[in-house]
Design a protein around this ligand. Structure first.
Ligand SMILES: [Zn+2]
Ligand SMILES: [Zn+2]
Length: 568
């Protein structure tokens, strides 16, 4: 539930609330009262309640006043608010009033890290700023740095965050749009014409999209346009004689209607990135009715280039020399490494996960639960590490044709050390080393931690190298080349974290890594059974970066994999 961006000034629609919804409400109440100069004692107690409620193991919303009051840490007044929220379908008049009195933009400002309600109040009242745009302008004019309690560093951090927010406003994750986009394409192909395809960034499998582009061939543009606009999946459509623009669900969509003799040429032109087109050795003939894109590439002296690669990042040179990689396929994968079970913060037991993998025809399942410092994720104490290993031994005896590997996702601590002593590390089949703490750091600090972890003789795979969450959190800054060089020098493999919000290592670094001889692992980081399917999205960006099966760790069979995971 995202109250801060909710347009509605009422919370009346919330019937059944989870603890996390309740926590959001109390937090919002505390923030808004602070913004409006409310009673500090009350603010503190509501903020503390929000924190506790969010972590509370039992659902609180439907409990009686008596039951709520008997719970330690839920005071009388908090209990009363919860009960009245329940009785009034989620309405809390006092909160509604605060929301009404607060400009929308100020609530967006409170989402920015490093400025709490108190600072937003100052910005609002002293500087007259009411939204992120005005604040960005103030940062650029250096006004914030001069204001009391801010300084140059805070201003810089705020400026970066707002720019990131703005830059990503109209973008969406590939994975969030793909199911609907495929449904639309299939509808068009089944009901109208086979000559229909994605083009542009979605055909190139870009990790983040701004529009879903399609190309459809027809001799009757007007007629087909009217039929396509009647497809129920589409809304807000507009036809200009050439393109249908509109929405597919909430995603912008653009459908180009062309003649069938122009179809292949248009497909070729509209799929490529600008850089790809600029670098072509010659312009293909647009007067020819091409049979295939293969023919078009051949006509300008190039071997066929897969759509994912058409970014202008070296693929044309390779195509000219017939040296393009044979891209990996989802079906080449033999098992998932880096997964979490109920031993740490996953939803399924190791056995459930193993059975899923067996059914899928995989050869192995690599466990990598969290290590001991990840207390928020129920990380494994040394004692529990060995209990888990025992369980894995038993399961391996029960399922002799399958192999569960004893891995760990080991935290890289603030000083770059790993989270267990060597005595423990030596007993794992492999160690995925990842940074989860103190993500806000300089490149120097991040590289110090990473390089130390890479040099640790027990590190097998470097996990999500930048910690980024696409469209939500910029990763910590790294020098990717230096990091990859260090991995090459130390025999460390790198993961492509396949979670569609991460896709980290970034595909743009893959070619460099492969040239350095690095092996990559397409890791789902699954926390539940469905999470395994993310390897599909990992495979798309792996292909985009030029990965072939021959340099993919989890395309290996079990014995070769174990061999490859051994460090000298
Ligand atoms: Zn992780
Ligand atoms: Zn993980």
């Amino acid at each position: 539930m995202d109250f801060l961006f909710a347009k509605s000034n009422s919370i009346a629609h919330l019937a059944g609330m989870t603890n996390s919804d309740l926590a959001d409400i109390f937090k919002l109440y505390a923030d808004l009262s602070e913004l409006h100069g409310g009673n500090p004692f009350k603010i503190k107690s509501y903020a503390a309640a929000a924190f506790r409620i969010d972590k509370f193991p039992q659902a609180l919303f439907n409990l009686s006043l008596q039951e709520l009051e008997s719970i330690q840490g839920i005071g009388k007044s908090i209990a009363q608010v919860i009960v009245s929220l329940n009785q009034n379908q989620g309405n809390w008049p006092e909160l509604n009033k605060l929301i009404e009195e607060t400009p929308e933009g100020l609530r967006q400002l409170m989402r920015i890290k490093g400025i709490g309600a108190k600072k937003v109040a100052f910005i609002w009242k002293e500087l007259g700023i009411e939204n992120p745009g005005e604040l960005l302008y103030a940062c650029k004019e250096n006004r914030l740095a001069q204001a009391k309690g801010f300084g140059q560093k805070t201003q810089e951090s705020i400026r970066k965050q707002i720019e990131f927010l703005f830059a990503n406003q109209h973008k969406f994750h590939y994975a969030s749009a793909e199911p609907l986009a495929l449904q639309l394409l299939k509808t068009i192909q089944d009901e109208f014409t086979e000559m229909a395809s994605f083009t542009g960034p979605i055909r190139r499998c870009a990790e983040v999209l701004e529009c879903i582009d399609l190309l459809v061939a027809t001799e009757e543009k007007e007629e087909l346009a009217a039929q396509l606009m009647a497809i129920p999946l589409l809304n807000n459509t507009d036809w200009d004689g050439e393109f249908i623009q509109g929405k597919l669900g909430s995603f912008p969509v653009s459908i180009h209607l062309c003649s069938s003799e122009n179809y292949m040429y248009s497909l070729f032109m509209e799929t490529a990135s600008e850089d790809h087109l600029k670098q072509l050795p010659a312009e293909p003939d647009d007067s020819v009715n091409w049979d295939s894109e293969e023919d078009i590439y051949a006509s300008i002296g190039l071997s066929y280039i897969e759509p994912e690669l058409r970014e202008g990042l070296g693929e044309i040179e390779k195509a000219a020399q017939n040296q393009l990689p044979n891209l990996i396929e989802y079906e080449d994968l033999r098992g998932p490494l880096h997964n979490h079970s109920t031993w740490s913060d996953g939803q399924n037991s190791i056995e459930e996960m193993a059975l899923w993998c067996m059914q899928k025809g995989y050869a192995y399942l690599g466990m990598a639960d969290h290590s001991k410092s990840a207390f928020y994720a129920n990380g494994l104490s040394v004692e529990r590490v060995y209990q888990q290993m025992e369980e894995i031994d038993k399961l391996n005896a029960r399922y002799p044709n399958f192999r569960i590997l004893k891995g760990i996702e080991c935290d890289i601590l603030n000083d770059g050390n790993l989270d267990y002593e060597n005595e423990v590390l030596k007993d794992f089949d492999y160690v995925v080393a990842s940074i989860h703490s103190n993500l806000k750091m300089t490149e120097e600090k991040a590289m110090g931690r990473l390089l130390k972890a890479i040099e640790n003789p027990y590190t097998s795979i470097l996990g999500h190298p930048t910690g980024r969450l696409l469209l939500m959190r910029e990763g910590y800054p790294i020098n990717a080349k230096k990091m990859i060089d260090a991995c090459a020098a130390n025999g460390v493999h790198i993961e492509i974290n396949a979670n569609p919000y991460r896709l980290d290592l970034d595909w743009r670094q893959i070619d460099y890594a492969l040239n350095k001889g690095i092996w990559l692992s397409i890791n789902p980081d699954a926390h539940e059974l469905d999470g395994f399917l993310d390897m599909y999205f990992g495979t798309l960006v792996a292909r985009k970066g030029g990965l072939s099966k021959e340099q993919c760790l989890n395309a290996l069979e079990t014995d070769e994999l174990l061999q490859k995971l051994k460090r000298n």
